[in-house]
Design a protein around this ligand. Structure first.
Ligand code: A3P
Length: 289
């Protein structure tokens, strides 16, 4: 199946799941409610992981919801047309929704609301590697010709949701807002328990230690990989070919080291430094550049 993109505000979106009409509606007419919680991320940054964690926190550590209901029904995708739209409309308060929208495309009504945003970010080198593999299994990212070419497309923003650099810089404008929480994939990998507690605090959810234990256990890579409601194996095959691939691929920090040549590393570091030089913010992955 051919993968088509269209451009909206100069950003690529996959025609299979997104539409101009939906994007325009979301930006200008969608009503953000004060008690909404949004998971926002650039693709391949740990969105599915955060969906699992929020599902478990929302149910105070009761994991039956995660064992019985697919993740895209528990926490629907705001941006997706068709089925996504219906799931969002059916969602009752308190709504937990996921979105890959860049900040300039997000519903404007966010500004006048008290809704909470949990932004999950990941090292762009690992995002690139994860997206490269995902491109072979999914029909929403064009099949790469080579890793080198795909890296160039990624660095130039010729992939769905555009430039990683613009995306994160856009959302980080909200970083001083008390309703915005910035979390990284690396935080979750290195201190899942501490990060989960931080998320609970942000959501004003007081969970007993035993409930936190359950959230930690059921959001592990192996637990999610073995749970068909969480590993995306129920996503229809016109979106993803799950026969020959696993959405839950490796789940590690630093897989880029197994893919990049020294030349590619130096090239990406150079672009990274150029694009991020004006941002007054330090990331955990900066030290490993
Ligand atoms: P890899 O391809 O590097 O394995 P998203 O949900 O934003 O598309 O991100 C997908 C990435 O998050 C994949 O990375 C996937 O394996 C990883 N992931 C999902 N759940 C995880 C978990 N519980 N622990 C570690 N990584 C996880």
């Amino acid at each position: 199946m051919d993968t088509d993109y269209f451009q909206h505000k100069g950003i690529y979106f996959a025609s299979l799941l997104y539409s101009q009409e939906r994007l325009q509606y979301l930006e200008n007419k969608f009503h953000v409610r004060d008690d909404d919680v949004y998971i926002v991320s650039y693709p391949k940054s740990g969105t599915t992981w955060m969906i699992e964690i929020l599902s478990l926190i929302h149910r105070n550590g009761d994991f039956t919801w995660c064992r019985e209901v697919p993740n895209y029904i528990r926490i629907p995708w705001l941006d997706v047309s068709g089925i996504g739209e219906k799931l969002v409309d059916r969602c009752q308060s308190q709504r937990f929704l996921a979105s890959h929208l860049p900040v300039q495309c997000f519903p404007k009504s966010l500004c006048s609301s008290k809704a909470k945003i949990i932004y999950i970010a990941r090292s762009p080198k690992d995002v690139l590697v994860s997206l490269y593999h995902y491109a072979y299994m999914s029909h929403v990212v064009k099949n790469p010709n080579s890793f080198d070419e795909f890296m160039e497309d990624f660095l130039q923003g010729r992939v769905p949701f555009g430039s990683w650099f613009d995306y994160i810089k856009g959302w980080l404008q909200m970083r001083d807002n008390k309703n915005f929480l910035f979390v990284t994939y690396e935080d979750l990998s290195q201190d899942r328990r501490g990060t989960i507690k931080k998320i609970c605090k942000f959501l004003d959810k007081e969970l007993e230690e035993q409930a936190i234990d359950i959230v930690v256990e059921h959001s592990s890579f192996s637990s999610m990989k073995n749970n068909n409601m969480s590993n995306n194996s129920l996503v229809p095959d016109y979106i993803m070919d799950i026969q020959n691939n696993h959405f839950m691929r490796k789940g590690i920090i630093g897989d880029w080291k197994n893919h990049f040549t020294q030349k590619q590393k130096e090239y990406m570091d150079k672009i990274y430094q150029e694009k991020m030089k004006d941002l007054d913010f330090k990331f955990s992955w900066d030290v490993n550049l």
